[in-house]
Design a protein around this ligand. Structure first.
Ligand SMILES: [Zn+2]
Length: 100
């Protein structure tokens, strides 16, 4: 197997929803509350990002602070902190005037 993800397993877990600003804080669906990312957890379940991409059509990279839409891009974000949705109340701010 490949190298371990020692720093914070929650960030890579399908049951964890990262905060957009503080990725080490998020909502754990197993515990049913906001937690600080753990280094190990017996409930860990790695996210199948290809499946997420198929189902949702996009993934948000918290490391690069942008969304992407293809498997090719998924490879280039390997090891980054990804989210299919984020704990943030400004997610709906689609009419925000800031472009990039
Ligand atoms: Zn990235």
């Amino acid at each position: 197997m490949s190298s371990s993800k020692e720093s914070s397993c929650c960030i890579f877990c399908s049951k964890y929803l990262s905060n957009e600003t503080f990725q080490w804080i998020g909502y754990c669906n197993v515990e049913g509350k906001i937690i600080v990312s753990k280094t190990s957890c017996d409930k860990f379940s790695e996210v199948d990002w290809k499946k997420v991409l198929n189902e949702k059509g996009w993934i948000h990279c918290l490391t690069c602070k942008k969304a992407f839409y293809s498997e090719t891009e998924l490879m280039s974000h390997a090891g980054h902190i990804l989210a299919s949705e984020v704990c943030s109340d400004d997610v709906a701010a689609e009419d925000s005037p800031c472009g990039d």
